[in-house]
Design a protein around this ligand. Structure first.
Ligand code: MLT
Length: 332
């Protein structure tokens, strides 16, 4: 009898051990602080993975650049040192230049354009290119809204008003060139250093969506916003391709499905929250929003004049033509 009880105990222990062996934790880097689109989408993905694997896989979120600045997380994921990262598309462009079609100024003019491009055939092609170029797979898209310009010094209505201001930009050639067309030389800087640089006055301004300005508490160090909406901020969730390939095909399907569901969730999150966040920036945090109505054409025409310079890197003029025609517009 004693012997039988012992063997039952051994059998039970081995079940527990093998269940534990199945349990895994994946690490997800996030460039932004908690409270924005990146975190909302990342958390949704983590919940979905947990549910769909009956708790066998847990995803831990590390916001605020704790696992490195956004561009370095692409390298880390590509080398298989990091499982997941949520970051702005402009920080993937240096590793996979064809995604630059999504950051050319004034191509995506709002959330509907963003959805059509990312969830259609062009989005699928870009996913393939990112796997090929950077060893990372885009699983999901977070939609953060249009990038607007903020600064601490003065109301800016026209490109001429930028003179004398030092503006931080991501290390992204397209964004650098846009500011140069507006008449200033911006300062390229990692996202993780931006708040401190604004706080210490190393730079006077930067651009990001309303939701991000709020999540990062930029209202503490910035007073003015110019609603230029020149690039739409897409923030993909990427997975290390070597990690993805190491998963069983059932698990891969779970990951892809969770990614699609998190994308849909993120789109609704933007539509539900952007307007109230914009209002809070003004009413609670005292920011002033300038609508550059009279100067709108100048912002658009000058920045869009850079498009031809990037045709080669995005895979040819026809790539832009294709994107614009999906959006019901024409290159000329
Ligand atoms: C950047 O400005 O580098 C990024 O867009 C920031 C972000 O990921 O929100």
């Amino acid at each position: 009898m004693k012997k039988m009880m012992l063997s039952v105990a051994v059998a039970t222990a081995s079940v527990v051990i093998s269940q534990n062996a199945l349990a895994e934790t994946w690490r997800m880097a996030l460039g932004d602080a908690q409270g924005g689109t990146q975190y909302a989408m990342g958390q949704k993905f983590a919940e979905l993975i947990n549910e769909k694997t009956d708790g066998q896989v847990r995803v831990d979120l590390f916001p605020n650049g704790q696992l490195g600045d956004e561009q370095s997380t692409v390298n880390d994921a590509g080398m298989g040192l990091l499982d997941l990262s949520v970051l702005a598309i402009n920080n993937i462009t240096p590793f996979s230049p064809t995604v630059g079609v999504l950051t050319l100024p004034y191509v995506i003019t709002g959330s509907e354009d963003a959805k059509v491009l990312t969830q259609g055939e062009i989005g699928e092609q870009l996913k393939e290119n990112t796997i090929r170029d950077a060893g990372v797979r885009i699983l999901s898209w977070a939609y953060s809204g249009c990038r607007v310009l903020s600064n601490s010094r003065k109301p800016v209505a026209s490109p001429a008003d930028l003179r004398g201001l030092t503006i931080r930009v991501p290390r992204n050639e397209i964004m650098i060139a846009s500011y140069q067309e507006w008449g200033v030389n911006p300062l390229p800087m990692a996202w993780s250093e931006t708040f401190t640089a604004l706080q210490q006055g190393v730079v006077d301004g930067q651009d990001n969506p309303y939701i991000t300005i709020n999540a990062m508490r930029f209202y503490e160090v910035q007073d003015y916003i110019t609603d230029i909406c020149y690039v739409f901020s897409l923030e993909p969730l990427i997975m290390s391709e070597s990690k993805f390939q190491s998963l069983s095909s059932d698990m891969q399907e779970i990951v892809l499905e969770a990614g699609r569901e998190a994308t849909a969730y993120s789109y609704d999150y933007l539509l539900d929250s952007e307007e109230s966040i914009k209002q809070a920036l003004v009413e609670e945090h005292g920011m002033q929003i300038i609508q550059p109505v009279d100067d709108e054409r100048e912002w658009i025409e000058r920045a869009s004049s850079i498009w031809p310079r990037f045709y080669d890197s995005i895979g040819g003029e026809e790539r832009l033509q294709e994107a614009l025609s999906v959006l019901g517009r024409d290159l000329n």
